[in-house]
Write a protein that binds this ligand. Structure first.
Ligand code: FUB
Length: 308
């Protein structure tokens, strides 16, 4: 297992003075939320931290979904997908993202590849289903992005897919300061062109794209570990990106700060993880949700996290 996300020796960064948000689930550790609003229901797909309190690495094997119609309570579903569902993968079910197109649901995942390891050995795969809660099946039988994909990155994790109004789909991903984007074919499971380098100030990992009005927003974990959530805007889903600032500061006890943004029933929401559950920590995180607000010029206002 990679020794990634280690605390930098001697560094004592100031934690954001805002209180932590309220976790949507309290009987398990969840991470890397990916929201999807569909048919009046909000689904939050998450990873699942199962590491003990002493080891210093991620231990993650499967993914869940949590659904709500009113944000009052969340229903747990799963695990709906696991590393075992991808014959080409050896484990490490890192961040993922679900999107819908033409009645099919595509779950893009980060996993460690069994065989292809020129660098860190992570790859991006995709599973497909006819409903938001599955059953999901590996759509390809092989990975979509690996260390062998030209212009891929050292650590190929954190996929996020955005389907634009004209039907063009974009796959963003990346970590360790390297962001990438590639167009997808209409079938959502094949690349439609060359992998492009994305230039977004302070980008570290966890890219996520959303559109509000005519503006495209690329949010991401920025500035290394521990990460803040930062963002950039563009008038195109392909960029170029203009830096917008920090929208969520350092999280107590969590070095990662993986976010997603969704509009649901007329309001915008910011989903993210912290480590605020009892026994929580860098490798034992909890997914939270708070409202997201925009300023008069379309700028994202800093997230006001609700207290526990
Ligand atoms: O959960 C494992 C990794 O930590 C994710 O892929 C990153 O985004 C970070 O949250």
């Amino acid at each position: 297992i990679l020794p990634i996300h280690e605390t930098i020796e001697g560094a004592t960064p100031a934690v954001d003075p805002m209180p932590a948000g309220k976790p949507i689930v309290t009987d398990m550790f969840t991470a890397d939320p990916a929201p999807l609003a569909h048919d009046g229901t909000l689904y939050i797909y998450t990873g699942h931290d199962i590491q003990n309190e002493t080891e210093r690495s991620f231990k993650m094997h499967d993914w869940y979904a949590f659904s709500t119609t009113d944000l009052g309570s969340f229903e747990k579903h799963g695990p709906l997908l696991s590393a075992d569902d991808f014959a080409w993968a050896s484990g490490d079910a890192f961040a993922a993202h679900v999107t819908e197109r033409d009645g099919k649901f595509y779950w893009y995942v980060s996993l460690r590849h069994k065989d292809i390891r020129r660098r860190e050995g992570f790859a991006i795969g995709v599973a497909v289903a006819d409903s938001p809660l599955g059953p999901f099946k590996d759509a390809l039988g092989h990975a979509l992005i690996t260390d062998d994909t030209p212009n891929s990155v050292v650590l190929n994790i954190d996929p996020a897919v955005f389907v634009d109004d004209d039907g063009q789909a974009y796959l963003y991903w990346g970590s360790w300061d390297e962001a990438r984007m590639v167009l997808l074919k209409d079938n959502m499971v094949e690349l439609a062109g060359e992998v492009q380098t994305v230039d977004a100030k302070n980008f570290f990992e966890a890219p996520f794209l959303h559109k509000r009005g005519d503006t495209y927003y690329l949010t991401y974990a920025g500035s290394g570990y521990p990460s803040k959530t930062e963002y950039a805007t563009s008038d195109s889903a392909a960029g170029p990106w203009t830096y917008g600032g920090v929208i969520n500061g350092l999280m107590p006890k969590s070095e990662t700060n993986h976010q997603g943004i969704v509009e649901f029933k007329g309001k915008w929401y910011f989903v993210y993880h912290n480590s605020q559950l009892p026994g929580g920590g860098v490798y034992r995180r909890s997914v939270c949700i708070d409202e997201l607000h925009y300023g008069p010029n379309g700028e994202i206002l800093p997230v006001q996290r609700t207290s526990n």
